[in-house]
Design a protein around this ligand. Sequence first.
Ligand code: NAD
Length: 476
Amino acid sequence: MTGTKEPSFRESVDLMFNRAASLMDLPPGLEQKIRVCNATYTVRFGVRLRGEIHTFTGYRSVHSEHMEPVKGGIRYAMAVNQDEVEALAALMTYKCALVETPFGGSKGGLCIDPRQYEEHELEQITRRFAYELAKRDLINPSQNVPAPDMGTGEREMAWMADQYARMNTTDINARACVTGKPLNAGGIAGRVEATGRGVQYALREFFRHPEDIAKAGLSGKLDGKRIVVQGLGNVGYHAAKFLSEEDGAIIVGIIEWDGALYNPEGIDVEAVRQWIVKHGGVSDYPDATHSAEGAAVLEEECDILIPAALEGVINLDNADRIKAPLIIEAANGPVTAGADEVLRKKGTVIIPDMYANAGGVTVSYFEWVKNLSHIRFGRMQRRQEEARHELIVSELERLDRYLGDAWTMSPNFKSKYLKGADELELVRSGLDDTMRIAYQSMREVWHSRDDVEDLRTAAYIVAIDRVSSSYRAKGL
Ligand code: NAD
């Protein structure tokens, strides 16, 4: 997929790290300690399926243990390899530092095409993989907490959590061993949508800063902006859906594994999602033009490009043809180090992956805290909050009666104000706050230093600085 001169994904992450580290004043040796991956475990295990033994290869990489547990998703894809999990684990370290979730970085993967297996076969494979990881504490509520990634979701997380609980029958915190579980198995409201929701909050925050909008050569608000999204999976679907339904953005292009849809008038994201669920891909979708050469649509005219599928899709082969002035990296590593340089020179603004897709780990953090505290968010406060609001509303009603026609309460005020926040509202509020604060911390470095040209370098500087303070405080 990428050109011959292109570094590997892990080398790409290291090059971006080095660029930022060269602008920092780190003690000798610390830079190397932060950059390197601590350990990668490779496991090969057999599962008897359809009368034969099938051997699978899986990985769990731990990049940095400056904070524990370490955190990071588990990916199911044929292309999974050691270089990829190590790159993704490194990104997790920097991501967690940037959004202030108290974790080190980790990542896992299994070489498998999930589409080739029945549900009960996938359960067998997943439970066996989880067993191999849990027995080495690579799944553990206080040491290593996986989450979903490409090819995995709530279902796989529920199997893993259950497998861990069967192996650790007296661990009262067993449910905190993985995040992204279904609500009825210890999950949290808002986790499924979290990464896409975070992309929406990131763009909303970007569009609150006229100086930043101008740097991308754009103007105005999110409303009416034309967006191309690659990958209508968990992340891409939620991002595209919320941006089009709630912020007035127009989804003009959707790229999937079997080609791309394009319609300058806008594409109905929900309708395409339903089409994919039913037909397995976007081919033959009626209300847009379909092109078999999907990746070419990355080069279409649009205001915002959201790569939300794979790494390395914007590379030295196509970077100079990318027209979008603003790219938000919903996927991990969609822009290679080489392409990043080409785009930077062109003035393209890139909102980097370690920030843009941090919504997932942020809400995973809330889920982990919920599991450890054994209580749903809002359970203690909600009715008490409503009772206090009731006091104010009854006073206002008294005033309303007293003032007669001179003043009345606005319609809907009472019902809106009376309602105490439920878990979903609290999760969204915590996510929004996290995305705003993290953006501001990157932006502060971006605007205050002449030697920092881009948001990615700024994000690395903030993250590396936090990891290094943690190492300095507690030793190596
Ligand atoms: P997913 O498996 O739900 O969706 C991926 C989508 O990409 C699928 O619809 C798939 O058909 C599509 N796709 C596959 N090959 C493609 C190709 N060649 N061209 C276009 N589309 C293609 O995965 P996801 O969880 O949405 O993850 C997507 C990206 O977001 C990954 O880089 C992942 O690491 C990152 N991410 C995910 C989360 C999360 O919470 N799920 C969190 C942070 C980052």
